[in-house]
Structure formats: C-alpha cells, structure tokens
Design a protein around this ligand. Sequence first.
Ligand SMILES: Cc1cc2nc3c(=O)[nH]c(=O)nc-3n(C[C@H](O)[C@H](O)[C@H](O)COP(=O)(O)OP(=O)(O)OC[C@H]3O[C@@H](n4cnc5c(N)ncnc54)[C@H](O)[C@@H]3O)c2cc1C
Length: 489
Amino acid sequence: MQATSSLVRAAQPQRSVATVLYSKQFKQLARRQQQQRRNLSIGPGHYKQRLVILGSGWGGYGLLRGIDKRRWDVTVISPNTYFNFTPLLASTAVGTLEFRTAIEPVRRYAPDIRYYQAWCDEVDFKNKVLTCMPATRPTNSSATHSGEYTRCDLQKPFSISYDKLVIAVGAYSQTFNVPGVKEHAHFLKDVKDARRIRSRILECFEQASQPFLSDLERRNLLHFCIVGGGPTGVEFAAELHDLLHTDIARHYDKSIVRLAKITMYDVAPNILGMFDANLRKYTEKTLSREGIKILTSHHVDKVEPGKLHVREQGEVPFGMLVWSTGLAPNPLVQSLTDTKKDPKTSSIITNDHLNLIMSNGEPNPDVWTIGDAARIDTAPLPATAQVASQKAKYLVRKLNKLANDEEHKAPFEFHNQGSLAYIGNWKAIYDRSGGNEKDDRFMSKETGRVAWLLWRSAYFTMTLSWRNKILVPTYWFLNWIFGRDITRF
Ligand SMILES: Cc1cc2nc3c(=O)[nH]c(=O)nc-3n(C[C@H](O)[C@H](O)[C@H](O)COP(=O)(O)OP(=O)(O)OC[C@H]3O[C@@H](n4cnc5c(N)ncnc54)[C@H](O)[C@@H]3O)c2cc1C
C-alpha cells in the first residue's frame, strides 16, 4: 500500500510522460493487489482450479454468467465471440429486431476470464488436455513500410489443460444427407444465418422487380420454401408472413407482392409434433388462413440451385429455401470415442448430476456435459434453450459449492415452464402440458393474442443484458411505428 500511495503522490503534478508511466504502474499495481485479494479470499491452501467451458451458447454462456470467477480460473473456448439468443433469431431474419439485440459478447466477462476464439477438436480425458484450433482467419497479410506483405500463420493447433471441464458445444443442423442442402439452403442457427436470410429475402424482391422478368420467373423468385415444421420453421414462416404483409406490401409493387408465396414442407403428418394436438390444429388452421401452404407427409429428396425435388410433387422452384429439420451431433461429440452415447441421437450420456459417463459406465467426476450435446440417461429431455439454461444454472450452484469445498448432492431436476411459438399476425401458442411436470395443476394452454403477450413478455424477461432489455422493446416499438428497415447492404 505504501508503494501505491507514493506512486499516486508522484503522479499528482502535470501529466508528463513520466506521469503516464507512473499512472500505468499504479494501475498495474492496483490490479495485482486486487488479484492478490481475490486469491487470498479463496483461503490458505487453496488455488484456483482451472475450469474450461466449451461453447458460448445457452449452456456455456449461462454457466459463464453465474460461475464465481474469483474462485475459478475460467477459460472459455468457442468459435463464436458471442452468445446467440436463439428464440429471437427468426425476428432478426426479417428485421422485426436488429441483429445485435439477439447477441451478447463473451468478452463482457474478460479480464476475469480467458477467452479463445477457437474450436475444441479433441479431448484427452486421461491427461485432462484439450486440443484446439483457432477459429480466427488463418493468415494475416499486412503491408510493411517498404510496401511488402508479411504473412504469419495464425492457424496452429494449441493445447489447454483443465481441472474441470464443461462441454456445452450444442448440435448442428440435421440435413439427413439430402443432396444439395448444405450448398443451396439457408439454416437458422446463428445470427450470421439470420443476416444472410434477411439479405436474400430482400434480394429476391429486388430481383423480381426488374422490368424484363416474366410473371413465372417472378413467381419462382418469390417462392419461399421452409423445410421442417418444428418451432423454428413455424416461427420463421410466421415472421416472414408478417414482413410480406406489412412492409413489403407497403413498399413494393402490388403486382409483384401478390406473387409471393410461402410453403412449408414436413415428412411428418403434422407440424409442431411436440405441441398438444389442439394447438397443432389451431396453428395449421391459422397459418393456412394467412396463406402459408403446409405440405405435411412430403419428402424433399434433393436440392439444386433454385429447385427442390419433392417426391410427391416433382420439381419445385424457389427463391429462398430455409432448412430446419432438427439436430445432428456436433463433430466434437462425434469424435469422442471413450464416452457413452445415445444410440439414436449420438448425444453424450450423462448421469443426473450431469457428469459425462465414460464408455466403461463410470461417470467422469471432472467433466460435465449440458445443452443439446447431452442427454441424461434416466430422463431424456427436449433439446431446448430452457433445458440448457436450467442445466447451466444447476452447474453454477454445483461448481460454486465445489469451489468452497462444499458438496452439492441434489440431482438435476427439470422444471417445465412450457413451450411457446409465434405463429404470425400477433398470435402465438403456449403449451405447458408436456415435459416431466408431475403436478397437472400447472398445466395450461393458450392461443392467440394472450399467448402472443406471453411470448413477448417471456423473451423480454429472458433477455440477458440491460442493454438488450432496453433495445428489444425499443425495436419492437420503433418497427411498429415506422415499419421494418427493408434496406439491403
Ligand atoms: C432459431 C432457433 C430458435 C429457437 N427457439 C427456442 C425457443 O424459443 N425456446 C427454447 O427453449 N429453445 C429454442 N431453441 C433451441 C435452443 O436454442 C437450443 O436448445 C440451445 O441453443 C442449446 O444450447 P447449447 O448451449 O447446448 O448449444 P448452442 O446454444 O447451440 O451453443 C453451442 C456453442 O458451442 C460452440 N461450439 C460448437 N462447436 C464447438 C467446439 N468444437 N468447440 C468449442 N465450442 C464449440 C458454438 O459456437 C456455440 O457457441 C431455438 C433454436 C434455434 C436455432
């Protein structure tokens, strides 16, 4: 402290170079002292254990928010520098909300944590080492003074050791190996996907507005196809319907707007399979009444540029295709050979304390798996943000207790808060009849405006930062008053 005060005193006169240096030293010293205080608060004989979190989604970011960073030496590894608030992605894809309202930066928690923008490619459970690969651009070309370019290799694998590991890498989009899907369809998993979709929708309308096109060519360009009738497909169709019937209808030629069409395909006999049968019927009726064509029991066999091959229909031209047919295992999860996996989904099996189970049937006491990458052996739960974030909260309690040398004996228990889906034109559905809720007093179902209010208030409440708590309703209000931004750049 003595040294600090003398540095402060010395730094009082004018701001010369020396002053700046002193103030830098002062800041460094203060930071070191703060660090020492943190370490001391851990108690004698303790050191901060290295906790590595893989992924910055609902599971990883949820854990990062709550974990006691004074007691854990936290490292996050994720190819995304941000968290995606997935329930709002469909809204951002049509401009009801701006992209930045659906993300949160991981570095908000730095310097209390370390973050590497990287993929984890390998886990060595025996030696507790991870092999990672940077997810940043592989080279850096910058001009030197003489005008020459220097190149440095920025894509070298690196290793990280851990004491405790949480795997929360989520899942990929399922394509069922249908040829051409990866090349010609859009997915909706990330804010970058939402951005591409928004740009493509507007591009379709600008292309269709060119004076030399025939009506057939315009019709093909303005055919928006969605494959997959789960909540993501339905919500996107609903948001797109809203865009077409409000801002697009207002600003584009009527003869062009009337050619626009939305078709939703699903192999199953119904859309929204996980919702109650009456809610499913209500949704199908509402969407059809709004002009969205729902083709269930239809099989897409192949996708070509601007063309679907549907078994029951033949060739179907489209301007934009959004593919949302469920989840495929993450490549990291696929690469793990010494862990127990679900034979159907290939997710990692955990016990009810969320510890990963090794292939010998023993739980790994130092590794937990949460979110879409995991499934509890005794109680399979849906792959939702709700489950991922409840598991993250459970691990926060467990790990924070562990850091205090306390035991957390309670197993994970899921509390079903119900499922919501937006179905367009200020209507939604709410279903709280599923899940593993034991007490049917809490079961309820809602449709229409009431459910829509629930939908908006739920996602407003769940929004994580104060910044987005202000921005989300602000954009809802602004776009309601002035309309969505339909510029493309
Ligand atoms: C458009 C959309 C809307 C949705 N709406 C809802 C909803 O309304 N309600 C609901 O409950 N659920 C909803 N979901 C589902 C929900 O988003 C997922 O269940 C949830 O994201 C799962 O969380 P997670 O942490 O397991 O995975 P994710 O959120 O997918 O996060 C995975 C993270 O791991 C990172 N990662 C991937 N591979 C690696 C690697 N090798 N190394 C390190 N990091 C890696 C990714 O970059 C990402 O940061 C929606 C999903 C989508 C796509």
